[in-house]
Design a protein around this ligand. Sequence first.
Ligand SMILES: Nc1ncnc2c1ncn2[C@@H]1O[C@H](COP(=O)(O)OP(=O)(O)OP(=O)(O)O)[C@@H](O)[C@H]1O
Ligand SMILES: [Mg+2]
Length: 355
Amino acid sequence: MEMSPENILKALGNVEDPDLKKDLVSLNMIKDLKVDNLHVSFTLELTTPACPMKDMLKNACINAIKHLVNSDAQVEVNLSSRVSTPTDISGLAGIKNIILISSGKGGVGKSTVASNLAIAMAKTGASVGLIDADIYGPSIPTLFDLVHAKPSAKETPSGKTLIEPIEKHGIKILSLGFFADPEQAVPWRGPMASNAIKQLFNDADWGELDYLFVDMPPGTGDIHITISQTFPITGAVIITTPQKLAVADTTKGLNMFLMPGINIPVLGVIENMSYFVAKELPDHKYYIFGRDGGKDLAAKNQVPFLGEIPIIQSIADSGDTGIPLVWDASDKREMLFDELAGKIAQQVSIRNRQV
Ligand SMILES: Nc1ncnc2c1ncn2[C@@H]1O[C@H](COP(=O)(O)OP(=O)(O)OP(=O)(O)O)[C@@H](O)[C@H]1O
Ligand SMILES: [Mg+2]
């Protein structure tokens, strides 16, 4: 068949994005198509740089052209991405997706997972922010070794004062912990807390963000209601541990998001502290807290199960030293967070396509 742009597009019309369930041409993902004799080049514009299927899609494009147009074709596929967004996000210009990391239960690893996911996402090339919304016990300053950090303020041309997020490990970070004495408990009252949290979103110089992760406080309180009702949230990721009791509490947390009036999509469940592996016996998994609590929770509520994170000594250590795990390139287990970040990005793209 002739190597014409029409024939190339017809061939690419047979390649389906398995998440978005449509072909790449209808999805408007093929850009800058150029054909020169046997040489064809185009850009495949993905909905996220964290797309776990980018290589698969690229190969499918090459195969489609070789099989359906000309087996001698030389195909050059350039990958780019434009992260999708569920709304025009009027109040928060520039922030495409807000993702809440939440759980009905305390101590299940929300802050640890949020930090590592944010860094893993940024490593794919996405622009990423992280808000610590746990006003009563902010842990992001410790996790990032920023306990004494003080964000500066900047004046915009229109005269508004904006807080400058602190940049570390490739992400922009704000925590109310930056504005309080680390040794002192802050006696926030309900409305004060809500206003303070809103300021972290509204009055900060976030610039353009593909993903803004929010490390939520435990439970289902004022802060959850405020954030859910004030800002356009793409979705929530629920963290649980495998124990029955933890799952019971997280179920409440999950149901809160699905309540009418809140109505926030649940992007999926992550089970943390799933099992333990001893160095001496690397192939044996000890399920000390029970098994499949997270999987069951996801299945029961018909939301995706995103994965398990084992109990890892270095995760606990890295939390205490202020160096998140994914930053330590020598640790192979950082892959785990890369994979989870990819899955979350995938779910975000699917959601945004549905809106
Ligand atoms: N997979 C893991 N392996 C080992 N330790 C972990 C793991 N996940 C979390 N931890 C440790 O468990 C403790 C609690 O984690 P973290 O503070 O992230 O939980 P949280 O849900 O944010 O708690 P809170 O409800 O108080 O905000 C921390 O000391 C952390 O280092
Ligand atoms: Mg926390």
